[in-house]
Each structure stands twice: as structure tokens, then as C-alpha cells.
Design a protein around this ligand. Structure first.
Ligand code: SF4
Length: 409
């Protein structure tokens, strides 16, 4: 059966035009990029986790759903300091239940922002943000700046859907009427596709942003900035000239800003630069969020508890493959402590867990909400149903787990 306008559950672009032909055994996907296509094929993958597993004496055995759920609840209830790590590849509805479990247990709760755009979120809190929906630069944008990101590989349809190729109000000829600047130490394929590549030295984003602000204030930065950043002042002036003279500019920041020296101070300065650019022309800034619903946790946690993310180790991991993302020493520690996870396929986190609960694939097998990269909530509907009788969604699993936790306490 062919289903149209399906939302892709992979990256923050949340493409909503995916066409899927799925007959229960084979799948044919249209409009998705390579990453999205691979994810949709997880539906028919041989390595899908179809049954829960429990680790006994270091070896996994198949388990009944209720037994596995009980064991997961025991791990959380018996922990001296339980920690829940809510991954980004599940719905806001499931995350909300996880946050309530953490509140009930007095646990620490966190999500992927900790290891990616957390500093960007902190920069927003420091400086405020001139933002927009992705539709505004799509319709009005004439200059796109990719700073510390390589979307042609990490978010392959961003340019075609939101920023560069669409025809807009001032850009009737699409790409021909738009300008791209890439700020990146690497000569990435996005840099190759740009009109100007500002190839700064690694970890000098703060200095470059400071110099741009100095120039914007009508002053000349100290000449040492050329040696520090590796960027000639004439190139900074050229970049700033392009920014001031455009009709509508958008900066898309990636992890190059959030994870280089300066971290949230880089983000803060970038937000301040954009605020001041609005004295000259319309300018907005946003983050390219890597996972489909990494923005969702920040939103839900902020409106429920006032903070976008926390930081700590985890004893319950959900749709995140935490062990692959954390530094090796943290991953080793996670392996030593009791841990349960929900996932759809084997990964380092399932191997390190004591209990593995079968995950349901959001946007394919259940409905729910993701927050797109521009913090717009997107409701997704499934084109097939959960393959399990014991759970209909990750939200359902979390609710069942919460009930058990309440009984145990
Ligand atoms: S760009 Fe992202 S959301 Fe769009 S199809 Fe590719 S992986 Fe999916």
C-alpha cells in the first residue's frame, strides 16, 4: 500500500513528503535521502529487536515482556541515584512520560542535547535569539551561512527544502539568486558548493565572531586576529559586506560552534551578531539539529520544568545509543552499572544493558509529535502498526513502566 506525506524520523529536517510503499515484507521509499531511506528499511531489517532480552551472568537470553519490564522497573527503583537518558529518536509524548518518571523517582534526566547542541541552548539563554520558522528563509532568504556544519552530508535535504534551492520572494531563480557562505575549518562538500568558504583555524570561532562584531561596529579588529583565525581581515570584511547587503540572511550553526573552544560563548556571540545585523537588514539564526526530535526534549523539559537539558550518566536509556555517543570512560562506567534500554536494533548500548526492551519506530509504526530543527512541532502518523502485541508505542512502553515503578515503590 502506498502512503504519502510520511514524516522522516531521522534528522531535524523532519521532511514531511516521504512516500512509502510497504506491504509488510518489502518497502519502497521515495523522496527520502540516503539516511532517511536506510531508516525506513529498518522496518524489514533482519536485525530488528523483536523480543525483549535480559542479561544473566553476562549472556543475553530471550525474556517475556512483563519480566523484562519488571526488571527495568527494579533497576530504576533500586538505584541509589537513578538516571534516565531520553534519546532523540522517539516522540515528545514518550519523553514526557520519561520526565514524569524521573520527577517521581527523584532521578536525573537528560537527552542528546548534552552531547550536541546543549551549548547552543545555553547561548540562547545568555543572549536571546532572533529565530524564525524554516519557511521564512525558504520564502524570503537570499543568503544562507552554514557555520560549523556540513549539511550536504549531515542533513542532505536542508538546502533543497529550506534554504538554497527553493524559489522564493527575492529568489525567483532559486540557487542562482541565493548566496551561500560556509564557515568551516574543513574543505567540506558544502564548502565546495558555496560562494565563499571562510576557512578558519579550528577552535577560533569566538575570535572570528568577535572580529565580525568589531567590524560591524565600524572599527578595525587587531591585526593579530588574522594569525589566530587564519582568515584575512579583508575576507571578514567581504563576508560582512555580503551579510549587510542581503535582503534576508540566515545563519545555520552546527556542532562546529557548539563543540569547539568557547562552546556556549561562541553561540552567545553568534546570537549577538545576528541581533546587531538586524540594524542593517533582516537576519535570523538557528541550529541544524542532528536527530529527528532532539529539539523536542529541550521543548518538553523547558515547559515542564524550566530547563532544556541536564547532564549526568544514565541508568535507563531510550532510543539513543548512548554508549556510542559518550566518551569511552563514561561508556565503560555505564557498562558496569545496571542499565535498561529501549531500542529497535542491536547497538553498543543494547550490548551494555542488562535489559533490552523492543522499541517501536516512531512515524512508521505509531503516531506522535517531533519538534523540527526550527522548534516547530510536527505531528506524525504511522503507515503501519506496531509489530508487537505487548506495546503499541514507546510512549505506551514508558506508561507501562511507570505503572510498575509506582507499584514497586
Ligand atoms: S534530510 Fe533528514 S529528515 Fe529529510 S529525508 Fe534525509 S534524513 Fe530524513
Amino acid at each position: 500500500m502506498v502512503s504519502k506525506n510520511i514524516i522522516c524520523p531521522v534528522c531535524g529536517a523532519s521532511c514531511d513528503d516521504i512516500q512509502v510503499d510497504y506491504d509488510g515484507e518489502s518497502i519502497n521509499v521515495k523522496n527520502a535521502c540516503k539516511m532517511g531511506n536506510a531508516k525506513f528499511h529498518e522496518l524489514v531489517s533482519h536485525h530488528r529487536i523483536k523480543e525483549p532480552q535480559i542479561k544473566d551472568n553476562g549472556t543475553f537470553r530471550k525474556a517475556q515482556w512483563n519480566e523484562a519490564l519488571d526488571r527495568a522497573a527494579e533497576i530504576l527503583v533500586n538505584a541509589k541515584r537513578p538516571l534516565l537518558f531520553m534519546g532523540s529518536e522517539t516522540s515528545c509524548e514518550a519523553m514526557e512520560v520519561g520526565l514524569h518518571i524521573a520527577e517521581y523517582l527523584g532521578a536525573v534526566v537528560d537527552s542528546n542535547a548534552t552531547e550536541c547542541h546543549g551549548p547552543t541552548a545555553m547561548g540562547i539563554q545568555e543572549a536571546g535569539r532572533v529565530g524564525s520558522t524554516a519557511g521564512q528563509p525558504k520564502q524570503r532568504g537570499s543568503l544562507a551561512i552554514y557555520w560549523g556544519t556540513n549539511p550536504l552530508e549531515s542533513m542532505p535535504r536542508h538546502m533543497s527544502r529550506y534554504s538554497v534551492f527553493p524559489r522564493g520572494y527575492w529568489t525567483k531563480r532559486g540557487r542562482f539568486d541565493r548566496t551561500i557562505i560556509t564557515v568551516d575549518p574543513r574543505r567540506s562538500i558544502t564548502a565546495d558548493a558555496s560562494d565563499l568558504h571562510v576557512q578558519l583555524r579550528p577552535n577560533t570561532d569566538y575570535e572570528l565572531l568577535s572580529a565580525l562584531l568589531t567590524l560591524l561596529h565600524g572599527k578595525k579588529p587587531h591585526s593579530s586576529v588574522e594569525e589566530i583565525t587564519g582568515v584575512p581581515i579583508s575576507t571578514m570584511e567581504e563576508m560582512l559586506g555580503m551579510m549587510k547587503s542581503t535582503n534576508f540572511g540566515a545563519i545555520y550553526v552546527g556542532l562546529g560552534i557548539a563543540s569547539s573552544y568557547g562552546k556556549h560563548r561562541n553561540a552567545e556571540l553568534a546570537f549577538n551578531l545576528v541581533k546587531e545585523l538586524n540594524n542593517h537588514t533582516k537576519f535570523v539564526i538557528g541550529a541544524l539539529r542532528g536527530h529527528c526530535n532532539v529539539a523536542g526534549f529541550n521543548q518538553i523539559a523547558s515547559y515542564l520544568y524550566g530547563y532544556p537539558f541536564g547532564i549526568d550518566f544514565a541508568r535507563f536509556v531510550m532510543s539513543a545509543d548512548l554508549v556510542s555517543h559518550f566518551p569511552a570512560t563514561c561508556a565503560e562506567y555505564l557498562k558496569k552499572i545496571p542499565m535498561a534500554c529501549i531500542d529497535i536494533a542491536p547497538c553498543p548500548t543494547t550490548l551494555a544493558s542488562d535489559v533490552v526492551l523492543s522499541g517501536v519506530i516512531d512515524a512508521m509504526e505509531c503516531d506522535g509529535t517531533f519538534y523540527r530543527l526550527d522548534d516547530v512541532p510536527v505531528y506524525f502518523q504511522p503507515f503501519t502498526k506496531s509489530p508487537f502485541e505487548f506495546t503499541q508505542s514507546n510512549e505506551d512502553t514508558m506508561k507501562q513502566l511507570f505503572e510498575r515503578i509506582k507499584k514497586l515503590r
